[in-house]
Design a protein around this ligand. Structure first.
Ligand SMILES: NC(=O)c1ccc[n+]([C@@H]2O[C@H](COP(=O)([O-])OP(=O)(O)OC[C@H]3O[C@@H](n4cnc5c(N)ncnc54)[C@H](OP(=O)(O)O)[C@@H]3O)[C@@H](O)[C@H]2O)c1
Length: 237
């Protein structure tokens, strides 16, 4: 995949995770559309990206306009804002769009601890998102274990895995190709969308580890084959 041929919309791209992703993709030559509830905040975030990556092809617009700007849309808003945000952008999500949901349902959403995860009726935030998107839009849960602080710090090399959870192998393949454009991120096929239950829980564990070691921990799965199997996933259509 040629980086210059892609534009990635990031809903909530003014926030920690979305901004970090915007910076890393911009550095890789990928065009990014930062979405926000406020066009002005989105433009300010885009200007911040350009301060770090002067030739970035980044723009900032309102969430609903960002949502229509690419085929793979990253949703990077707090869990508590997931459903309302999906409602606000639904009209712009056309059939065939892949929504990458990063939400971790931390108990902080209801005043609880960041090391605990809420039990959800749908099983996981990603499954909740799938139930809320328009027909023909599919959700891939991803990026739960990647630290926003590390992404935004260009002095820190990335060297970690990203678990991808989704119904269709081809969808995970398309998301994997986007993630592979960021040096140091290795996408791993973690299974169907319900596997997001485990992937999301893992973040609470990492937050607990972060508190003890004063770091921004990530994950690495050992003993995976080194071949690039994503072409096969993409070929499943
Ligand atoms: N931070 C991390 O290291 C990290 C790592 C992995 C996964 N995640 C997950 O990624 C998602 C984003 O995390 P984050 O730390 O980037 O979040 P954040 O900085 O708190 O928020 C991201 C953006 O969401 C929008 N937002 C905030 N509250 C909202 C509300 N009530 N309604 C609608 N939009 C709202 C804001 O954008 P505007 O005000 O501009 O609209 C904000 O800039 C979360 O679900 C989190 O669990 C985070």
């Amino acid at each position: 995949m040629s980086p210059s041929a892609v534009r990635v919309p990031i809903i909530g791209g003014t926030g920690d995770l979305g901004f970090g992703l915007a910076v890393r993709w911009s550095l890789a030559g990928v065009a990014v559309t930062i979405g926000s509830r406020s066009a002005e905040r989105a433009r300010t975030a885009a200007a911040r990206v350009r301060e770090l990556v002067p030739d970035a092809g980044v723009e900032g617009v309102e969430n609903v306009d960002a949502a229509g700007a690419g085929d793979v849309v990253v949703l990077a808003v707090p869990f508590a804002a997931q459903l309302s945000t999906l409602g606000a952008i639904a009209s712009a999500l056309s059939p065939g769009t892949i929504l990458v949901d990063c939400a971790v349902p931390l108990a902080t959403a209801v005043g609880g601890r960041p090391t605990e995860v809420l039990g959800l009726w749908r099983g996981s935030a990603a499954e909740q998102a799938q139930a809320a998107v328009p027909a023909g839009v599919t959700v891939v849960g991803a990026l739960h274990s990647v630290s926003a602080a590390v992404l935004a710090d260009l002095g820190q090399p990335l060297d970690e895995d990203v678990l991808l959870c989704g119904r269709r192998r081809a969808d995970k393949g398309r998301v994997a190709r986007l993630l592979q454009l960021i040096p140091g991120l290795r996408p791993v096929n973690a299974g169907t969308l319900d596997a997001a239950r485990s992937a999301e829980q893992l973040t609470a564990l990492l937050i607990s580890i972060n508190g003890r070691y004063k770091t921004h921990a990530g994950i690495r799965i050992l003993r995976l084959p080194e071949d690039d199997h994503w072409a096969e996933e993409l070929a499943t259509g």
